[in-house]
Design a protein around this ligand. Structure first.
Ligand code: PMP
Length: 318
């Protein structure tokens, strides 16, 4: 019954790298749902298949597209500036390189070495911020730079920029509706900037107010769920809409890591830890159902996290 998407992502030239953003497959979790009735199905949107390797291609491209056209960024003498813990920066740097737009990023100094290398390779200028201050420290540094150098920078501000969630409202959510023949009943996503959750959630509720929206976030301010935020203790993203979620699930780092390994070993899905967290939350929801189609988002692949130790501390060390 499920179909793969035919919706063209917005505003791209044919044959461009950008035209490959979006239209990602929806992959069913099979072995991890063996214990569930066949009337309950769980699917993940395979966002690591975007050109720069993550879900953030969608908002980055939308923000870049929005900026020059609305006169907010003049690439001849301005650079795009933002704070990021990695994926958004990689997406900006990818499309910035292809369009000839300079990219400056405030990044916590403890971002994984793989990520920092990718960003440098793509030509981004990096401003490393205090690791102890996490992504909030990077936000504050980007704000400071933007205020001090308004001529030099277009501050894209992904936490505050409607083009972030709108990329999902106009792209990801219509794809999910089409791929499930409109039968999706539950949508589950982790919260970082909250763009994925907010954009998809708004569109899905408009399509069918009965669709349940469940956000997933770390259970603690100190966590290892790269890309996700513990909203109660973090700088709250301006685009975060706290009225949207029907429910919220807290996930701890260890269970997300364990699930990440299971996704690799039981489903062949080599994804990052925030995908593990999304899977924990999606399966928690699925276990409460007698019938339903649960859709979640797997934001990126595992490659950028290989320096983390948990990969080797697994069930299957044999
Ligand atoms: N997972 C990863 C790996 C990410 O990089 C991000 C983006 N910060 C997210 C999840 C959360 O996505 P969003 O910013 O749309 O909430």
């Amino acid at each position: 019954m499920l179909t793969q998407p035919r919706i063209k992502f917005l505003y791209t030239e044919p044959d461009s790298l950008e035209s490959r953003v979006g239209n990602t497959p929806l992959i069913r979790l099979k072995r991890l749902t063996d214990d569930l009735p066949s009337s309950v199905q769980v699917f993940a949107k395979a966002e690591w298949l975007n050109p720069s390797g993550s879900v953030k291609d969608r908002p980055a491209l939308n923000i870049i597209h929005d900026a020059p056209n609305s006169g907010k960024l003049d690439p001849t003498h301005q650079r795009l500036l933002d704070s990021t813990s990695g994926n958004m920066g990689i997406a900006y740097a990818t499309f910035g390189a292809a369009r000839g737009i300079g990219i400056t990023l405030a990044v916590p100094a403890n971002a994984s070495p793989e990520r920092l290398s990718i960003l440098k390779t793509l030509g981004a200028e990096l401003i490393l911020t205090d690791p102890l201050e996490g992504s909030d420290g990077a936000i504050l540094e980007a704000r400071r730079l933007a205020q001090e150098n308004p001529e030099r920078y277009y501050y894209a501000n992904q936490y505050n920029n409607p083009a972030n969630w709108q990329a999902h409202y106009n792209g990801t959510a219509p794809e999910i509706i089409e791929q499930t023949d409109g039968q999706v009943t539950h949508f589950v996503a982790g919260l970082g900037t909250s763009g994925t959750f907010t954009g998809n959630g708004r569109r899905l509720k408009e399509f069918d107010p009965g669709i349940q929206l469940i956000s997933a976030q770390p259970n603690d301010s100190f966590h290892g769920l790269e890309g996700l935020k513990h909203i109660p203790t973090a700088i709250k993203p301006a685009i975060y809409d706290e009225t949207l979620a029907d429910d919220n699930i807290s996930v701890n780092t260890e269970e997300a890591q364990e699930m990440t390994l299971r996704l690799a070993r039981d489903e062949g899905l080599f994804v990052g830890v925030s995908s593990g967290a999304a899977a924990v939350a999606a399966l928690t929801v699925a276990r409460t159902l007698e019938t339903g189609i649960v859709v979640t988002v797997f934001p990126d692949a595992g490659f950028k996290y290989l320096s983390e130790r948990f990969w080797n501390q697994s069930q299957g060390e044999n």
